[in-house]
Design a protein around this ligand. Structure first.
Ligand code: PEP
Length: 250
């Protein structure tokens, strides 16, 4: 049986400044003693250079929040996977619900983004999750399976290299959290779908995201298929994020 190290990823979204980032990263780095899980922060593209230089040689990996579905060319405003690689980006979030909802990203676009990341040697963190109305009408399983199926279809040969994040949309930034049992139920469904696609499905980390915080992290992380967290708001406070990293290090 594969033992997966827990992976805790902060998603800073469109927050931060050069001054605020310097304080946050310095507080995080000075509090990492005793942390033995994998950890990363996904910073805005404009702050990759700063974060790269502050994190070099540390146990905190660098991540980005999005990547272009295109390799290069006339795509104003886009950032390619190769450009992220130049900053030694290790992870990139693809298909976050805010990108799907606010920027019209389809399952196919998300699958292509994952493909670009993998081709550049960057681990895509593929977000899946149902909306409140889908949740209430019992469609959770169908929605997350459809979203993951598109990524498996385009990336079948290297699907064990991805990270999946189950993020129920109704839990993101709302203070509502899936119960540990709800999260495990969906993670189990995703694990089974990965097992049908690859003999190495046990290697894939499946993170939970949606109002994970210092108080609820340990219970969520105790579930067998909850391999870590994708954390928005609580990752912007060093003490909270560090306490979650410690909960993942037990
Ligand atoms: C997220 O942005 O992926 C997220 C889970 O946000 P929050 O932790 O604030 O709900």
């Amino acid at each position: 049986m594969t033992v997966r190290s827990k992976l805790m990823v902060g998603n800073w979204k469109m927050h931060g400044s050069l001054a605020a980032n310097a304080f946050l990263l310095s507080d995080l780095l000075s509090g990492m003693g005793g942390v033995n899980c994998l950890a990363a922060v996904c910073v805005p593209a404009t702050h990759l250079a700063q974060a790269q230089s502050l994190l070099v040689g540390s146990a905190l990996a660098l991540g980005a929040q999005d990547v272009s579905a295109h390799e290069s060319g006339a795509y104003t405003g886009e950032v390619s996977a190769a450009m992220l690689r130049d900053f030694e980006v290790r992870y990139v979030i693809v298909g976050h619900s805010e990108r799907r909802q606010l920027h019209g990203e389809t399952d196919i676009v998300v699958a292509h983004k994952a493909q670009r990341a993998l081709a550049a040697g960057i681990t895509p963190i593929v977000c899946v999750g149902e909306s409140l109305s889908e949740h209430e009408s019992g469609q959770t399983e169908a929605v997350v399976k459809r979203q993951l199926a598109a990524v498996i279809h385009s990336n079948g040969h290297c699907i064990s290299e991805i990270v999946v994040a189950y993020e129920p949309v109704w839990a993101i930034g709302t203070g509502l959290t899936a119960t540990p049992e709800q999260a495990q139920g969906v993670h189990g469904v995703l694990r089974a779908q990965l097992q049908a696609a690859t003999a190495q499905a046990d290697r894939v980390s499946i993170l939970y995201g949606g109002s994970m915080n210092a108080a609820n992290a340990a219970d969520l992380l105790a579930q067998p298929d909850v391999d870590g967290g994708l954390i928005g708001g609580a990752s912007l406070k060093a003490t909270d994020f560090l306490s979650m990293l410690k909960a993942a290090s037990r």
